[in-house]
Design a protein around this ligand. Structure first.
Ligand code: NAG
Ligand code: NAG
Ligand code: NAG
Ligand code: NAG
Length: 384
């Protein structure tokens, strides 16, 4: 019975392929800590490493004692080189987009959709797997029915990090000139618009922001302040990673209640439960051994899907600027932070080196200097 035989053979081969794919996925999900065994995508990686500054100018390696002043001249030279000539490499950018799509589809993973969950469903936190939370009525009501990024394609996007390097940069108008602007953690814009701009199409909000920047909405005054900030977003995407780590559920709930109560015009989105692992999987496979991606790197990884040219502002994980002047951790508050503390879940200097390499290759553009023609980028900061 050759037909039966062929059918059986076909079934067997199909099963084998499926098993191989599952195995492949499992490898990504388990995040091969130091494994060099995912060779498929090492092409980019190899390049990332080859082009790295020769003497491994690595002022911020986490093995360095924290008493030592961090970034000194090597990184300054590196960053000085950033600002000179830059040309966009469309081919490389398209290649990166394609590779990222093997790990995640940002259009889908940017948010859980309404159809996939119902109120009362139990969710395991992404980083605290043994802890769970429930999908509240409010959260359910604010889940989008279609991806907020569906069919969106933009020519030039800006991702604005929150580093104090933006202060006195006059980058506001330049940032606002992009077709799509992404900001992080509901950072204030009004008071700093000359340096950071105002335009916002998507802004992230970690649950901790509700506490840190809005005092847990304890008083009418703080609730009003929070609402004012949200109203300023007028229709933008508010991206809330609600299921990453336990402890934020009440804060998310308070924020959502206010949004519903006051029918604030924002489009809420809640990242899929697989997003972080997928993003980390992509970078690990490319030999970038991050612990947990920062919001900035997450946004870059996702933006590759929607944006041709990606410009990054306010990414600077060092306490001194290229000229040796102190840089605030955030442009808008007094938070102090050690970039290289081993207890931190992030590996910002490593991320920055990676982004710098991609900048030199023309895949993205990292802006670390002043923008305005009226203020020459190379003038000394204390010349006034
Ligand atoms: C790098 O910085 C050092 C110290 O400021 C300086 O002496 C050197 O000329 C710089 N190198 C380049 C290539 O700019
Ligand atoms: C752009 O990137 C591609 C892929 O990495 C590379 O082959 C090509 O040489 C680059 N082009 C330029 C002008 O650097
Ligand atoms: C969440 O679900 C659990 C299990 O169904 C239930 O015991 C608990 O009361 C729920 N909590 C809330 C806040 O709804
Ligand atoms: C920005 O410029 C003002 C006025 O020149 C100055 O007082 C302030 O220290 C500068 N801030 C930073 C972070 O460079």
């Amino acid at each position: 019975m050759p037909l039966v035989f062929r059918t059986l053979l076909f079934g067997f081969v199909t099963l084998l392929v499926v098993l191989l794919i599952i195995d492949d996925i499992a490898v990504v999900e388990e995040e091969p800590a130091n494994a060099g065994h995912s060779k498929k995508m090492n092409l980019l990686i190899t390049k990332l490493h080859r082009t790295r500054a020769v003497p491994r100018a690595d002022p911020a390696s986490s093995t360095r004692p924290s008493t030592e002043p961090l970034p000194r001249r090597p990184s300054c030279n590196a960053s000085a080189r950033l600002s000179s000539s830059w040309t966009f490499n469309r081919t490389l950018s398209a290649l990166i987009r394609k590779n990222i799509l093997r790990f995640l589809d940002p259009e889908r993973d940017i948010s859980i959709l309404k159809g996939t969950l119902k109120p009362g469903d139990i969710i395991h936190y992404v980083f605290d797997r043994q802890s769970t939370t429930n999908i509240s009525e409010n959260l359910y009501r604010l889940l989008p029915t279609v991806s907020p990024m569906k069919n969106q394609h933009h020519r030039r996007c800006a991702i604005v990090g929150n580093s104090g390097i933006l202060l006195n940069s006059s980058c506001g108008p330049e940032i606002d000139s992009h077709d799509f602007v992404i900001r992080c953690n509901l950072a204030p814009v009004e008071e700093y618009s000359g340096d950071v701009g105002r335009s916002t199409n998507l802004v992230t909000m970690n649950p901790s922001v509700v506490q840190r920047a809005f005092q847990d909405l304890v008083s009418t005054e703080w609730r009003e302040r929070f609402l004012r900030r949200l109203r300023g977003l007028s229709g933008s995407v508010l991206w809330i990673p609600a299921f990453m780590a336990k402890g934020g559920e009440e804060r998310v709930e308070w924020a959502l209640r206010l949004i519903l109560l006051h029918t604030v015009d924002v489009r809420t989105a809640f990242p899929s439960l697989r997003l972080l692992h997928a993003v980390r999987g992509y970078w690990l496979t490319n030999n970038v051994h991050i612990k947990r991606p920062t919001t900035g790197l997450l946004m870059y990884t996702m933006a590759t899907r929607f944006c041709e040219e990606i410009h990054l502002y306010g990414f600077w994980p060092f306490p001194l600027d290229p000229r040796g002047s102190p840089v605030k951790y955030h442009y808008y508050d007094a938070l102090k932070y050690k970039y290289t503390s081993s207890s931190s879940p992030h590996t910002m200097p490593l991320e920055f080196r990676t982004l710098s390499t991609l900048h030199r290759q023309g895949a993205l553009r990292l802006h670390t200097g002043a923008c305005d023609a009226g203020r020459k980028p190379q003038t000394e900061p204390h010349s006034k």
